[in-house]
Design a protein around this ligand. Structure first.
Ligand code: PBG
Length: 345
């Protein structure tokens, strides 16, 4: 008996596949993470993230301009200070590199895009941890909350529209919300890095921010095997007032992402992190993988799993591809209007 049910009918041509595509990426749902370094006169390459740099203020502005032209949703800024200390003073100093870069870009671009900032101490502390340390060397949760509150106010005053709370301290969302509201920053949004795992995939990022961390972050970031706990963290952050929750990394944590997307009543974002970027770039540099297809496939998969928006170092590149193809394809380079074979079975 020949089959009467033939799913291949809907795959027979590029226009047909396009018509029935379940997942499309739009440039507005891509956010570019960017590093701005203090004391640079030229951008500095990040060797483990080919194509990414530590920016000067001027090159950062040019990149934001490019992002706006490509239609991306916004940028997430990270600061790389020249001087670090035990409490991360540079994070709360209005003249610290992250706050200066934020003010500079916010003033320049206003509401032409959404300027967002990483709210965490690790780039600013000499020990490299995301919080301040207690006398016994452990990361002091509640003392860190006080630093985060001050950091939040400094970032809001610099003009950041969304604060990315990435430190994984208990109670950080509620604490920062309260501090913002008490200082007239009711309109500053909180993106909670809710389910953030202690992964090997942050390796290249640590080069990108000149991290001084020795040891690990396992007492605050999550165990990679814990799925239920990822959902719990997200629900806690929503209850504390998070405007957006995030799962990070993205590609290896799509189950967690799907769980959070199914339960959340606020937008759910995912962060395609430095190691996810580096693996693809390295394989592609060796000629082992079709780089452009894999980039789009990885982003499509993250959106398919439930992300409304993705932080990705390929944000501008992917958005420019989409623009070039008129935003009208499934997004797969080999299935777009240009690459279509249209062949019949
Ligand atoms: C913490 C932070 C990290 C990343 C984003 N925010 C590093 C960490 O937790 O060790 C990693 C992002 C990436 O790997 O691309 N400020």
């Amino acid at each position: 008996m020949p089959p009467t049910i033939r799913p291949r009918r809907l795959r027979q041509s590029a226009p047909m596949r396009r018509l029935v595509a379940e997942t499309r990426i739009h440039p507005a749902q891509l956010v570019l993470p960017m590093f701005v370094a203090e004391g640079l006169t030229e951008p500095r390459a990040i060797s483990s993230m080919p194509g990414q740099v530590q920016h000067t203020l001027d090159t950062a502005a040019r990149e934001v301009e490019r992002g706006i032209a490509a239609g991306i949703g916004g940028v997430m800024l990270f600061g790389v200070p020249q001087h670090k200390d035990a409490v991360g003073s540079g994070a709360t100093d209005p003249d610290g590199i992250l706050n200066r870069a934020t003010a500079f870009l916010a003033e320049r671009f206003g509401d032409a895009t959404v300027i967002q900032t990483d709210l965490c101490l690790d780039e600013f502390t000499d020990h490299g941890h995301c919080g301040v340390l207690a006398d016994d060397g452990s990361v002091d949760n509640d003392a860190t909350l006080e630093r985060y509150a001050d950091m939040a106010i400094a970032q809001a005053e610099a003009g950041s529209r969304i604060l990315g709370l990435s430190g994984m301290m208990d109670g950080q969302v509620e604490h920062v919300r309260t501090a913002l509201d008490a200082t007239g920053h009711q309109q500053t949004a909180i993106l909670a890095y809710s389910a953030k795992y202690a992964t090997a995939l942050y390796g290249p990022f640590r080069e990108a921010v000149d991290s001084s961390l020795t040891g690990d972050r396992k007492t605050y970031q999550q165990d990679p095997g814990n799925r239920r706990e990822g959902l719990r963290e997200a629900l806690l952050d929503i209850a504390e007032g998070a405007d957006i929750v995030m799962v990070k990394p993205a590609g290896l944590y799509l189950d967690v992402l799907a769980d959070v997307a199914a339960a959340s009543d606020v937008p759910v974002w995912a962060y395609q992190v430095s190691g996810e970027y580096a693996m693809v770039e390295a394989a592609a540099a060796n000629g082992w993988i079709d780089r452009d297809r894999l980039i789009t496939e990885s982003l499509t998969s993250i959106v398919r799993a439930g992300a409304d928006t993705v932080l990705t170092y390929w944000a501008i590149e992917q958005a420019e591809w989409l623009q070039a193809r008129g935003l009208s394809t499934q997004g797969m380079p080999d299935q777009g209007l240009h690459g279509a074979s249209g062949a019949r079975p």
